[in-house]
Design a protein around this ligand. Structure first.
Ligand code: SF4
Ligand code: SF4
Length: 199
């Protein structure tokens, strides 16, 4: 299961700047269980955005939806029309092809994840090995940053390439460092040996 935590409202409204038709999309799975992006949280978020826009005299139409699982395309297909009708989708869930870094930057990268789609998880542009849209690590794989560039171009937001993504904290990421296997008997043996040394 994935654990999520919602970004603060100020950060979210900055991401939505200039957009008039927003679809807030939740998920009834993991993020619903941890109260970050289920139906209830979607309704609260949508209302907060409406109130904020109204208070600031901005035009903003906010619609809301929650699907069974956003990480499975079969479920997402059911909301294709709503997605197409909006200027932007504010997803309150994780998506397929996410590396679980814990601090999403998709709003700066045209919806293409630099963590999962770039072989080196680069955050501020491609390495020197990208050639003909392919990754130097594997020529069969598209370069993630080429895809980000193409996507930002389609959205008319190539200016976002100028935004510097600062070094991040990996604490909220899913990895927790190198993988470890703990076998109870081995762990017990190690404890006993440590106790012997202490004696
Ligand atoms: S930047 Fe990529 S890995 Fe991080 S949360 Fe967003 S989609 Fe997931
Ligand atoms: S070629 Fe592209 S995808 Fe591959 S490591 Fe470099 S920037 Fe990342």
């Amino acid at each position: 299961m994935i654990i999520a935590e919602r970004k603060d409202l100020k950060q979210i409204t900055e991401m939505l700047e200039g957009r008039k038709r927003v679809l807030v999309a939740g998920c009834r799975s993991c993020v619903s269980i941890c109260h970050a992006g289920g139906e209830k949280e979607v309704a609260i978020m949508a209302e907060a955005l409406r109130l904020k826009a109204e208070r600031e005299g901005r035009e903003m139409e906010v619609s809301e939806v929650a699907v069974e699982r956003q990480c499975e395309k079969e479920w997402v297909r059911g909301i294709e029309r709503q997605v197409a009708a909006g200027d932007i989708v504010l997803s309150m869930a994780c998506v397929e092809k996410c590396g679980g870094c814990g601090d999403c930057v998709l709003h700066l990268t045209g919806g293409v994840c630099p963590i999962a789609r770039c072989a080196k998880s680069l955050l501020n542009g491609p390495c020197g090995g990208s050639q003909d849209g392919r990754c130097e690590v594997d020529r069969e794989t598209p370069c993630g940053w080429e895809q980000i560039y193409q996507s930002l171009g389609r959205l008319g937001r190539l200016d976002l390439l100028e935004v510097n993504i600062p070094p991040r904290s990996w604490l909220p990421s899913r990895s927790g460092g190198p993988r470890r296997t703990v076998r109870p008997s081995v762990a017990k043996g190690a404890e006993e040996r440590a106790a012997e040394v202490r004696r």
